[in-house]
Design a protein around this ligand. Sequence first.
Ligand SMILES: Cc1cc2nc3c(=O)[nH]c(=O)nc-3n(C[C@H](O)[C@H](O)[C@H](O)COP(=O)(O)OP(=O)(O)OC[C@H]3O[C@@H](n4cnc5c(N)ncnc54)[C@H](O)[C@@H]3O)c2cc1C
Length: 387
Amino acid sequence: MPSDTLMRSGSSKPSVAIVGAGIGGLTLAVALQRVGFRPRLYERASELSEVGAGLTLAPNAMRAYEFIGLKPAIVAASDRPERAALKDFSTGKTLNQLALARLFHQIHRADMQALLIKAVTDADPDAIRLGQEFAAFDGESKIRFTSGTVVEADVIVGCDGNRSAVRQALFGPDRAAFLNYVAWRGLVPAKAVEKVIAEFDSGGYVGGGRSLIRYRIRGGALVNYVAFARKDEWTADSWSIRSTIAELEREFANGCDDVLAILRATPPEASFKWGLIGRPPLEQWTKGRVTLLGDAAHPMLPFLGQGAGMAIEDAVILARALEHYADPDEALARYESARRPRTTLVTLGARHSGFRMHGIDDTETSDAGRQYTEAFVADYDPAPISI
Ligand SMILES: Cc1cc2nc3c(=O)[nH]c(=O)nc-3n(C[C@H](O)[C@H](O)[C@H](O)COP(=O)(O)OP(=O)(O)OC[C@H]3O[C@@H](n4cnc5c(N)ncnc54)[C@H](O)[C@@H]3O)c2cc1C
């Protein structure tokens, strides 16, 4: 049986195995390499590719990337909106306008992934192992992949996303539930909707059980959008079910002219939909030397645009904890107690924001929702906070 016993890097730094090479896993690898660790990433996919969609990095995520030296590469590859607005979904009436002062960075997911992979492999060409799907944990320090490979490490981090197999190995089967939103995404050539996007670069249309968020990427050449509809039922378990323009027109028939113009400009072969599935926040992330990070630890609705932001913050805090505390048990405990309260509140805040955006009475989460503020989310800096 193949085995991979990770060696302690150079000095006496613990060995770290990362399961999953998404935004969270790759960012953790960069953050660890920066302080002298030699992490190894195990990814299920046989090649690393990203869906055609955009990603917004808010100021909190950009501070994390500044700390680990990736800010210049991200700035070079992203768009920064100057004007943002929120409009009524059906009437198109302006509800809110915002000067963003170029604080947000909006980037194609494939470009973000490429620059993270480059950073990881420039530091260590041997860092990423593809075609490795996590299968089991022995309860101590070894994990096994479906390929038969067994890995032993001082610290194991499950960064394997919303449907995390590592989380289930640690804490048992999930209580996943459909959260009553279906999302459609599309990338539209900016030229096809020039008149619509001239008024503001980034923002959305909200209210009445429907919403559409849009922004520019790739030097303004593409408009990324995600449109959401409240639904009672959903059965498929996939991120990439094909949809059609006819279905978009039917689902969003009450949209204002701008909304319909954007949906109709979607290239016909490039409309995808998926149901938003959630899980209650976990009360524990760590068991022994294994912990969770990103969507594996705290899957959240996308209505604050902060899922990746939280994974990126987690990565910096975990790397700082492992650097600072020589005992991995202490480091993992510090990481979890620094991150669990914040990510739980942001998870509840995202749910609350979804209710607000869709004009739904929010008695269930209003108390928790009131505790979070936009500033609480975006003003955070993972570099100086004490852990
Ligand atoms: C509509 C929508 C819009 C969003 N927009 C934003 C936004 O603008 N800004 C933002 O901050 N966030 C946004 N998010 C959230 C963001 O995409 C996620 O929070 C983020 O990608 C989570 O990163 P991750 O690394 O934890 O997980 P993932 O990106 O899901 O990566 C998990 C990785 O693990 C691998 N994997 C899975 N299972 C296994 C296994 N068993 N063994 C080995 N490898 C495995 C996968 O192949 C994948 O590479 C959005 C989400 C949605 C749904």
